[in-house]
Design a binder for this molecule. Sequence first.
Ligand code: ADP
Ligand code: MG
Length: 397
Amino acid sequence: MNKKTIRDIAVEGNRVLVRVDFNVPLDIKTGVITDDSRIRAALPTIKYLVDRKAKVILCSHLGRPKGKVVEGLGMSPIARRLSQLIKIPVSTAPDCIGSDVEKEVNKLKGGDILLLENIRFHAKEEANDPSFAQTLAKLADIYVDDAFGTAHRSHASTVGVAKHLPAVAGFLMEKELKALGDILTDPKHPFATLLGGAKVSDKIGMIQNILDKVDLLLIGGGMAATFLKASGYEVGLSLLEANKQGLAHALMGAAKQKGASLFLPTDVMVTSSINEEAAGEIVPVGGIPADKIIVDIGPKTIELFSKNIKKCQTVFWNGPMGVYEMPQFSRGTKAMAELLANMKATTVVGGGSTAEIVEEMNLAHKMTHVSTGGGASLNFLEGKMLPGVTVLLDKGK
Ligand code: ADP
Ligand code: MG
């Protein structure tokens, strides 16, 4: 990674504004945080700063308040959880800018932590308003971006603020860029990419960008239907992106030309309607009934995918193999999660749903890297520059 990190800058005694991604799933009514992995992911950076007696000012968004103060989207439950995890007090501010916030900042001693109020309570955050960014920057001497999950957004707290302060990456940002960067530039071969999820259209850019590097491309999930259809199979009432069949066809051709082996499901689980009570039935892809919907990969496909993925040194996985939210359609997804978790290869998992599954199954620690950024990781793998990364100081300058 060619960006400066907090290791490259003197933080001691300085006021350090850290953009974190504390946008955790939480119950708005009770304030109960259902998954704190994003808070835990920011701990290495925060601890490093606290240990070096920096005055730590944390800033994040939570939910989608759309520029207004929304009850239930305040940061206090997060401050409490962070405090439990890091075992020191975490104070909160009444807002993220303004004289009351400045007073709180002035009270900070080296090693103290202050969590600013939800930055998206201000519409100027998402608008990347220059004066808002400047006011925010006034709170600190140094800016640290550790919010990989929002690095694909040009907001005041991810981009605007970096104009006014020395800007460096935190450890989570560094880890994400390294893990995903290695996939793009230096994967150990054979390299498999396992894709699933709802739509082909979400993933086309990424497939095109990694096609040069992959040895194996395996496709399950809802998007497999478009590829199966493009290969001449009838897919019943499955989620189809009709206008994407030509593209699926072209991608299959490109994969072949580049010497990548493409694997599609050979059998699938189908159902009549997607609901909690619906039962699934396994059919070969040549025999999908006209009135049924594909909801998971079948056992033969699990075996085929597993056998081939096992041969690989690097595996990147994005997108569930089926409608995993319903247990009866989650078998393929769970099998792939177990498989990757038990491999010695480099295993990198990206995507909001996919990361959530791996966390829920308690397998995240058995993967090489689980990206905390859904959209950001996709954009990165599509080969796009992330604006929040571009603004950070380059190494050697
Ligand atoms: P990620 O967030 O990991 O990138 P996506 O957002 O692309 O993943 O896709 C997740 C969604 O895909 C899940 O809600 C899941 O129910 C859905 N999905 C997976 N397989 C199918 C399928 N066969 N039919 C319909 N939806 C599916
Ligand atoms: Mg998603």
